[in-house]
Design a protein around this ligand. Sequence first.
Ligand SMILES: *[C@@H]1O[C@H](CO)[C@@H](O)[C@H](O)[C@H]1NC(C)=O
Ligand SMILES: *[C@@H]1O[C@H](CO)[C@@H](O)[C@H](O)[C@H]1NC(C)=O
Length: 450
Amino acid sequence: MNIFLLFIIILLVVETILAHRGFSYENLGSFCKNNTPHGNPNLLPIETGLPRLIRNIENGSLYQIGIDDDQTWLIHVWGMNGYDYGFAYGTLLNEQINKFIPKTYAYFEKEVMEKLEHLQVPDWFKKIIANKGLAFALDLQNTLVEPYMDKEIYNELQGISDGAKIDYKLLLRIHMFGELTRAHCFYFGAWGKATLGGKTLQLRAFDWDMSADLQAYPVITIYHPRSSKLGHTFTNIAWAGYIGVLSGMSSTLLGMTSIGVEFPDDTFGDESMSGEPFIFVSRHILQYSQTVDDALAYISDVRRTCHLIMGIADGKLNTARMIQYSHSKVNFFDDLNLQPAAEWHPQITNVVYNGMDWLCPSYQYKLYQQIMEQYGHITPESTIQNISAVVKTGDVHVAVYDLSENILYLANGAASNKQGPKQAYQRQFNKLDLKIEYDRKQPSIDVVED
Ligand SMILES: *[C@@H]1O[C@H](CO)[C@@H](O)[C@H](O)[C@H]1NC(C)=O
Ligand SMILES: *[C@@H]1O[C@H](CO)[C@@H](O)[C@H](O)[C@H]1NC(C)=O
């Protein structure tokens, strides 16, 4: 009798496990199902040369970092308002913006039209795109989000438009895409026992469609406010003309990551087309939050839009969080309650991490293994050499934030006309000491443009 009961219980348990696995695996795309990532370590030396000044204007300075095929623009802007920021940015990067934005818009438009069915937006919105065109739909989207936007963002876009002489509407539409297209990315935040010397480190590996060639125009922007209404100094890591935040760091020692979710489970809430777009939620955090707690409070209260995983690390409080993000629900995780709880995503003391997507067993587990291999002595160098390159994550860019020292390590993918490996995780990283960058002074007004 007892044995029979035990037998039934075992059957039920096995069935539950199988059903659960069946659910997780069968619903996943081929990307998450079969791939067992294993790449070679990245053995290239990190480039540490100082930024080279290209030119100064009244409210901005343009530099370049890196050598040969791995150069990145570094731009400083100063302002009393968003318009000052934008005008300096648009003036200095005029040429890059005019090459990048129209080409990128055309690429996205083609992609969206071809893959309309698979777009993660409501059917009514797909109908609008199909019937009225993408530009109309993106303008409508802007109308839906406008009440929740920081008005200085619009001023900044207007400044860029005037400085670079590029169509304002086109710039605005590019900034509405973030909600339609989802990037697959990797994140970890590690501190305390996990890292060498107990530093707070963050990996932000951005995987996306490399044929969009975003990586041809990489730009690091340092914003220097001259009025407290613009918050504090912060860094955005993006591309010419893009002012939303996908990756970045703040002078208050916060680091930001966001990861698109294609395979949520029922613990996620629903999505909405109206609210503050997540690229501007992330920017708000870098621009205004003092600590990770401020950031979480902002995320709790703001009107959120889509499914997402966010990662925020804090070099002052020496900790990091992972955020399960959606319109109706939000959950904050640390190392003790990290989700999803699964045998392929074990918890690690003093680490939060997420590989590729919410339900993505092979990549999640591979990231777990590489973190564990370096555990206790994780450094920016070991992350670059042995984690992102081996897990093969970060094709468009890989950023490693040392939030204890305020140093950024960044590699960009190779543009279509460049030599060598394509993916950022196999390219040369540049080291940028943000302490020096944040201290830079606005060029004196007499230094007029050349
Ligand atoms: C530079 O910024 C100041 C405010 O800080 C502003 O008054 C001035 O118009 C700006 N100059 C240009 C050329 O944008
Ligand atoms: C990467 O891993 C190898 C092998 O485990 C190790 O010898 C090397 O020191 C690691 N690299 C860094 C920068 O820690």
